[in-house]
Design a protein around this ligand. Structure first.
Ligand SMILES: *Cc1c(COP(=O)(O)O)cnc(C)c1O
Length: 374
């Protein structure tokens, strides 16, 4: 049996007619740059996340980067990021000339360890970038308290958490991921829970001032076509991508529900296998299972075995950011951020997508049990 890590063809098949029509409309109008589909998608995405504004961009990386630029972060500043995430979370800090300060993560939720954040704050610290890793929100009540106490900006990396909700104990309310910080950064990379037919991204915010700035920053600093009021970038979301994403957005909740159901089947089948640690759902967040990650012994051997049985698995992530060559100059050494280092050695991502079937999950678990006996 073949079980792909993700199956975009199967997921898109029922939407084919609708998407083809949307693409044909754009081709007819030839409004490829900042066409009305972009503004429509921004409006729908803002509404979905219950925020005032959304700005369409060319990637999740730029959504994080332009958030930092809009907040005035640059040389001489420090920004706190988790050591266990996709590298873009840290790279964007470096692009501005600021320095990423790596903090350990919680062993159960894989999100930034709030107890460690305060220890990393210095006079230079300007912001925190919590990552809602694998589809579950970081503890935003605690993070917002720390940010308030030290006057720090909060930029949510919501690139893996489209649709996840934080259940705030303080406000007794549910908030969509990406709606609680100064900005929220989303990616529409094809394999994300909401993915386009290419690169794409979005910033969400409730600040009118940040919104105004972002509209210029993403479009060459334009005031009018050839008048530029600030040094800007070319970071616009394509009209074609917006047209596709506008349709896919309607299915996001149903897809996330299927991911949750599949995660439930996995967890039930995996829960009594000695040595296997299944993902823990925090009481303060819903989980949209962008990644279904378990921890187990002999990880590299298990990866090899499962791949030989036709099962698509990945390792998110095999090397924490502080130990990457790209950040050798910052002087971190092995042993300094222990939980991130430990997790990176025993974590594995199993196939997870909305069109995964029960029989496929059972096959993955059977083969996983065989692999553990080797
Ligand atoms: C995907 C991702 C990004 C970057 O998004 P791109 O659209 O690929 O630039 C940033 N942070 C995290 C956590 C991601 O998963």
């Amino acid at each position: 049996m073949k079980v792909p890590f993700i199956d975009l063809q199967k997921q898109c098949r029922p939407l084919k007619k609708e998407i083809n029509k949307a693409i044909a409309d754009v081709l007819k109008k030839q409004n490829f740059i900042l066409g009305e589909e972009v503004h429509e998608f921004e409006k729908n995405f803002a509404e979905y996340n219950k925020v005032k504004y959304a700005v369409g961009l060319n990637s999740g990386t730029d959504a994080l980067f332009l958030s930092l630029i809009a907040l005035g972060i640059g040389p001489g500043d420090e920004v706190i990021v988790p050591a266990f995430t996709f590298i873009a979370t840290a790279f964007v800090v470096s692009y501005t000339g600021a320095v990423p300060v790596f903090v350990d993560v919680d062993e159960r939720t894989f999100a930034i360890d709030c107890a460690q954040i305060a220890k990393a704050v210095t006079k230079k610290t300007k912001a925190i970038i919590p990552v809602h890793l694998f589809g579950q929100c970081a503890d935003m009540d605690k993070i917002r308290d720390i940010a308030k106490k030290h006057s720090l900006y909060v930029i949510e990396d919501a690139c893996q958490s489209h649709g996840a909700e934080f259940l705030s104990g303080r406000d007794h309310n549910a908030f969509k991921s990406g709606s609680m910080g100064d900005t929220g950064a989303f990616s529409f990379y094809p394999t994300k829970n909401l993915g386009g037919f290419g690169d794409g991204g979005m910033i969400t915010t409730n600040s009118g001032e940040i919104h105004e700035k972002l509209l210029k920053l993403r479009d060459c600093g334009r005031k009018s076509k050839y008048e530029h009021s600030m040094v800007g970038y070319n970071s616009r979301l394509d009209t074609l991508q917006a047209a596709v994403l506008n349709i896919k957005l309607k299915y996001l909740d149903a897809w996330n529900e299927k991911r949750r159901k599949n995660a439930g089947i996995y967890s039930e089948l995996l829960k009594d296998i000695p040595g296997v640690i299944i993902p823990e759902c925090a009481s303060f967040s819903t989980h949209v299972f962008h990644v279904f990650a378990v921890r187990l012994p002999n990880r590299d051997k298990v990866v090899e075995y499962l791949r030989s049985k036709g099962i698509g698995v990945l390792v998110n992530y095999p090397l924490p950011l502080h130990l990457q060559d790209a950040y050798r100059h910052l002087g971190y050494r092995e042993g300094m951020i222990p939980t991130a280092e430990k997790i990176s050695k025993d974590i594995i991502s199993l196939p997870m997508h909305p069109s995964l079937e029960k029989g496929q999950i059972e096959y993955v678990v059977t083969q996983l049990k065989n692999a553990l006996k080797l």
